[in-house]
Design a protein around this ligand. Structure first.
Ligand SMILES: Nc1ncnc2c1ncn2[C@@H]1O[C@H](COP(=O)(O)OP(=O)(O)O)[C@@H](O)[C@H]1O
Ligand SMILES: [Mg+2]
Length: 305
């Protein structure tokens, strides 16, 4: 075991609010941003609820890029608020940008960063705060969520990947999640390594007390053998981390096109999901619906083919 993991345990208290949802994964490109956008848009559509989305992925801000068709040039951003000299005032003045990432509903987005933030060194300040004063950083993240929660019914967090190398030590990643969510959706790729990592003592004990709303095994090859393999390998993981829902999501062309067309088109697959030919859209609809109604009839309710 590396000395890093032997340090004293510091575990933030997670939110006792399943409407504060975080999307995490153990690797990049697993589909966190896609899930965040789809579930946020669906919840806004089904429930007509006010939904705020925070893009925490400062390294790979795809949500910001999709929402604004590029990085914004300037304006209010996550890194500016978190590093603000007068943090209380910055919280008071927050106003998010209402964007349509699906034709049926609008969500309000806090972009991760702007070009100005890179140019003026604000992104550097953000990472300095994170590494040098992790407790202050986490405290500010928590206050940001608390402030937004006074105005929005649902908060959706699009996180960077949770690993021991992503944005710093694993304990920081995990505490970041715990301080900003009460309901974690783990999005994983269908590989044995993802299952192993989630099952391992690196991650599993750190989820203690944090509600895991769903384990989503994403981009499964759309063939029965691959789906059955994903089910058999990941259902024990689902049991172990006590996820409420277990979703197997096949690779889906409309979802892929929503991603690759992200700079040109803002159309998401969450349009009329019940009629939509995409089966994945229906699975996501079921998941969003279960979140809205806070169904916890049994752990690991299965959604998928
Ligand atoms: N189930 C899926 N089927 C097809 N493409 C998908 C699916 N889920 C995600 N994608 C695509 O994969 C790419 C990476 O997804 P993204 O959500 O950006 O991942 P992350 O946020 O975890 O880095 C995007 O182009 C997205 O459109
Ligand atoms: Mg992303």
């Amino acid at each position: 075991m590396l000395p890093l993991f032997k340090k004293k345990e510091w575990l933030e208290e997670p939110w006792d609010d399943y409407k504060i949802i975080g999307f995490g994964s153990t690797k990049g490109g697993a589909g966190r941003t896609t899930m965040t956008i789809e579930i946020a848009s669906l919840i806004a559509f089904i429930k007509e609820a006010r939904v705020a989305v925070i893009d925490w992925d400062v390294i790979n801000p795809r949500l910001t890029q999709r929402a604004f068709k590029s990085l914004p040039l300037r304006g209010q951003t996550l890194v500016k608020i978190i590093t603000s000299k007068d943090f209380k005032k910055a919280l008071k003045n927050i106003s998010l940008h209402s964007v349509s990432l699906s034709p049926t509903s609008k969500i309000d987005v806090l972009p991760a960063l702007s070009y100005e933030d890179i140019d003026k060194g604000i992104v550097d300040e953000y990472f300095n705060l994170m590494y040098e004063k992790p407790e202050e950083y986490i405290k500010r993240c928590k206050e940001l969520v608390a402030t937004l929660k006074t105005e929005y019914e649902y908060i959706m967090n699009d996180y960077p990947a949770i690993t021991w190398v992503a944005l710093g030590p694993l304990s920081l990643s995990i505490n970041h999640v715990r301080a900003t969510a009460g309901n974690l959706v783990m999005v994983v790729d269908p590989s044995p390594w993802s299952a192993e990592l989630l099952n391992s003592n690196l991650i599993h004990p750190k989820l203690k007390g944090l509600r895991v709303g769903a384990l989503v095994v994403n981009m499964v090859r759309p063939a029965m053998d691959a789906v059955n393999w994903a089910k058999s390998v990941f259902s024990p993981v689902c049991e172990r981390i006590e996820a409420d829902n277990f979703v197997v999501l096949p690779f889906d062309v409309p979802l892929y096109e929503a991603g690759i067309g992200e700079l040109k088109s803002l159309v998401s697959v969450s349009v009329s999901p019940l009629k939509h030919k995409s089966r994945s859209a229906r699975y996501l609809y079921t998941l969003a619906d279960r979140f809205i109604h806070d169904y916890r009839d049994k752990k690991c309710f299965y959604i998928g083919p």
